[in-house]
Design a protein around this ligand. Structure first.
Ligand SMILES: Nc1nc2c(c(=O)[nH]1)N[C@H]1C(S)=C(S)[C@@H](COP(=O)(O)O)O[C@H]1N2
Ligand SMILES: [Mo]
Length: 252
């Protein structure tokens, strides 16, 4: 089933569950369950609320499509904005032994992990697609440890609703909700296809979020924070994308 069809089915499902085939009713249901995305200004008539609500009510555990090895793209397109800063280049020259991932916020055990630390965690690999909002995509194998392993080790405190993550340059940041963060395909990626994750694709560490559009898959991740609200980050919309007209929730 195509993704579009799946979305239409789910959306219809939500309207049906609401008892009335009405957007307003479905939106109300979404709000009742607290499923209003952070960049949503008004609940009524907001398509994103409907999609987000529907997917969280009925497709919380849905898997992003995985592909056979034969479909891995021969020439994946790195839409990189390479971190140009000297500090990054110095770390690169030393094989990223100094790279650190800080895990803090509403956790029992704040941690700072090296890549070597992350590599001691259970490894998962998946062949999934990166889809840019601009219309192109490619398929690759991604290898790393599910974010859930790190979050479980850090111990999420009650009330955590989102995971905020930013890149080595902190103006690059995103948030995802806890469902997305704990999903088995949400992967702290250190490897791609047959080797280490190249810098162009976000190496040494990228958070792959294959159930959402490419911009949620932030490259050069250095910091993960468990939070209960996105209100105080940036413009309070959950990421920078909504400031430019893209949705915070970018489910595909
Ligand atoms: N740090 C960082 N991460 C980023 C971006 C970026 O510019 N900087 N671009 C995002 C966007 S818009 C897309 S579509 C994907 C592109 O991934 P690719 O370079 O592997 O094709 O990375 C995302 N992650
Ligand atoms: Mo993108």
């Amino acid at each position: 089933m195509s993704l579009i069809t799946r979305r239409r089915l789910i959306t219809t499902g939500l309207a049906t569950a609401a008892g009335v085939a009405g957007l307003a009713t479905a939106a109300k249901l979404s709000r009742k369950y607290g499923l209003v995305p952070p960049d949503c200004k008004g609940v009524y008539g907001a398509g994103e609320t409907l999609t987000y609500g529907a997917e969280r009510l009925f497709a919380r555990h849905a898997m992003a499509r995985e592909f056979p090895r034969s479909m891995i793209s021969e020439k994946p397109f790195a839409n990189e904005i390479a971190p140009p800063k000297e500090a990054f280049k110095k770390m690169q020259a030393r094989g990223f032994v100094d790279w650190r991932l800080t895990v803090d916020g509403m956790v029992e055990h704040p941690m700072t992990l090296s890549l070597a630390d992350l590599k001691t965690m259970p490894v998962h690999s998946q062949i999934t697609e990166v889809s840019c909002e601009e219309g192109w995509s490619y398929i690759a194998e991604w290898i790393g440890t599910p974010l859930s392993n790190v979050l479980n080790e850090a111990g999420l405190k009650p009330g955590v609703k989102y995971i905020y993550y930013h890149a080595v340059e902190p103006y690059l940041w995103e948030t995802i909700d806890i469902d997305e963060a704990m999903h088995p395909q949400t992967l702290l990626t250190m490897g791609m296809n047959n080797g280490d994750l190249p810098v162009g694709f976000g190496g040494p560490l990228r958070l792959r979020v294959p159930r959402q559009l490419g911009y949620k898959s932030l490259k050069f991740v250095t910091h993960i924070t468990a939070i209960d609200s996105v209100k105080n980050i940036g413009k309070g919309l959950g990421s920078v994308d909504p400031e430019y007209g893209y949705a915070w929730y970018a489910g595909i």
